[in-house]
Design a protein around this ligand. Structure first.
Ligand code: NDP
Length: 480
């Protein structure tokens, strides 16, 4: 498959190159091979992308919503038709196994385009009766939005940001993570093929500095970032300078609570999905697995057997269940956390080994709340199992973190499930499930895990603003 794109950037409906930008090599993490060579965006490229988006947005917003929707719907159909090729490219760019990318990455991006296409024509304002006078509201687009993506779900993130933004009449300039820059270019290309006007979705490549230049440009009305908390702080502060709208999808250290009456096989399966899928590189992962002491050893023995059966290897092989980490830097970070967990006295149940950029599915038991493994986001296939005895205690411990992205509860007692969920500090909570993020349901964090929501009807509000129009129906009654 051809992995080298026609050029580094996509602006105003076409691939654009500017060799003056610093070179960026794109590596396949499974082999170390260079699969593409790009250039970072220069200030001239950033300016072109923003100018084109600002120009295109006006006419795009003036279309009937049903016309915009038709284009997004076509783009989602093209993605589904080409899912095999797009998924292979995603696998080469990220190292994630093809059996995952074919069902989870581009397909969920296509879902987002289809969902917001369906929603767009029914987004309306309201009328407010005021006696003889009345007011009405108009839900308007914000203008030019900037999307900045992380490397773990590069194409899904691009679609999750582009779909609601474009559906509501905004234009977007998107900067993918420099580690995984290929999918966003494909999305830009596909949107044009689907009939989108040039300029409404532009892609510029580069490191953090390119993102920072986009965030502070006066033409930008909104910034949506998926990334880490430290980056989120910087981007939020920079956006605040111009009182810009923001959506921040940041990191987590989410609790998954397994009560003694839970269906243990399902709980084990969910804990594995919530720690090993995408080699553990998922923001909403349930990385603190609290298991009731009565079932802990049973849980651990079932978990160990299933974790040791995971097939690691070439991510392009459909039989492979787990690939490498995305980069050498991420590998170094994750293996350091494994070493630290051992040094701090956690019990290694399985895994812990590493070869190339691959890290075995790893489980530590007897983890305590103050160990580094229970406090910091690892972003790798490393599960921490903690014990608990009573409900009240586990709720307090689950909430004792600065993060609040997600949480999970496994129990057969529906009363307890809802009682516990009501008290968990998290943007998304699963009962007897984990890490399912359908586009129909909103997703986002509380506390340091973020502000704003992606997906669901909630995202509409984050890509629009309300204008209130007061209509006077009679003579003006002035006291002067
Ligand atoms: P980073 O925060 O390092 O980077 C995120 C993006 O921001 C990248 O494109 C990066 O560019 C860019 N960036 C870095 N500095 C700046 C800056 N000053 N101004 C503007 N943009 C900047 O995150 P990672 O890419 O390492 O992704 C992993 C993190 O993302 C994890 O912490 C994870 O929890 C979080 N995440 C959150 C999700 C959520 O929805 N809540 C989902 C997925 C991941 P570059 O890296 O190219 O230099």
């Amino acid at each position: 498959m051809r992995t080298q794109p026609q050029a580094s950037h996509f602006i105003d409906g076409a691939y654009v190159e500017d060799a003056a930008g610093a070179p960026l090599a794109v590596l396949n993490p499974a082999t170390g091979d260079t699969i593409a060579r790009l250039h970072e965006a220069t200030p001239a490229i950033i300016d072109r992308a923003l100018a084109s988006a600002a120009r295109a947005q006006v006419a795009w917003a003036a279309l009937r919503p049903v016309e915009r929707a038709r284009i997004l719907r076509r783009a989602s159909d093209i993605i589904r038709d080409r899912n095999a090729d797009l998924s292979l490219l995603e696998t080469l760019d990220t190292g994630k196994p093809i059996q995952e990318t074919e069902v989870a990455d581009w397909p969920s991006g296509a879902d987002a385009l289809e969902y917001y296409a369906g929603l767009a024509p029914s987004v309306t304002g309201e009328t407010v009766p005021l006696g003889p006078d009345f007011a009405y509201s108009i839900r308007e687009p914000l203008g030019v939005c900037v999307g900045i993506g992380a490397w773990n779900y590069p194409s899904q993130i691009a679609c999750w940001k582009a779909a609601p933004a474009l559906a509501m009449g905004n234009a977007m300039v998107f900067k993918p993570s420099e580690t995984t820059p290929l999918g966003a270019l494909k999305l830009a290309d596909i949107l044009m093929e689907a009939g989108a006007p040039a300029g409404i979705f532009n892609v510029v490549q580069g490191m953090g500095a390119v993102g920072a230049a986009l965030v502070t440009d006066p033409r930008v009305a909104k910034v949506s970032l998926t990334g880490s908390v430290p980056t989120g702080r910087k981007v939020y502060a920079a956006a605040a300078e111009g009182i810009r709208h923001v959506t921040m999808e940041l990191g987590g250290k989410s609790p998954l609570i397994v009560f003694a009456d839970a269906d243990l096989d399902s709980a084990v399966g969910a804990a594995m999905l919530g720690n090993f899928y995408s080699s553990g590189q998922i923001c909403s992962n349930g990385t603190r697995v609290f298991v009731h002491r009565d079932v802990k050893e049973d849980f651990l023995s079932r978990l160990k057997a299933r974790a040791e059966a995971i097939v690691m290897g070439d991510p392009t092989d459909p039989a492979t269940q787990m690939g490498p980490l995305v980069s050498a830097a991420q590998h170094e970070k994750v293996t350091a956390y494994v070493a630290r967990a051992k040094a701090e006295g956690a019990r290694l149940v399985t895994g812990g080994g590493s070869e190339g950029l691959f890290v075995q599915p790893t489980v530590f038991a007897d983890v305590t709340d103050t160990m580094t493994l229970a406090c910091e986001e690892v972003f790798g296939p490393v599960m921490a199992v903690l014990d608990f005895d009573i409900e009240e205690e586990v709720i307090a411990r689950a909430n004792a973190t600065e993060f609040g992205l997600a949480a999970g509860v496994f129990t057969a007692d529906i009363t307890r499930a809802h009682r516990v969920v009501a008290r968990l500090q998290a943007g998304t909570v699963w009962i007897n499930a984990y890490n399912l993020t359908p586009v129909e349901s909103s997703f986002g964090g509380v506390k340091l895990s973020g502000v704003g929501r992606e997906n669901g009807k909630a995202a509409i509000e984050h890509y629009t603003q309300l204008k209130s129009v007061y209509v006077g129906m009679g003579p003006v009654d002035a006291p002067y």
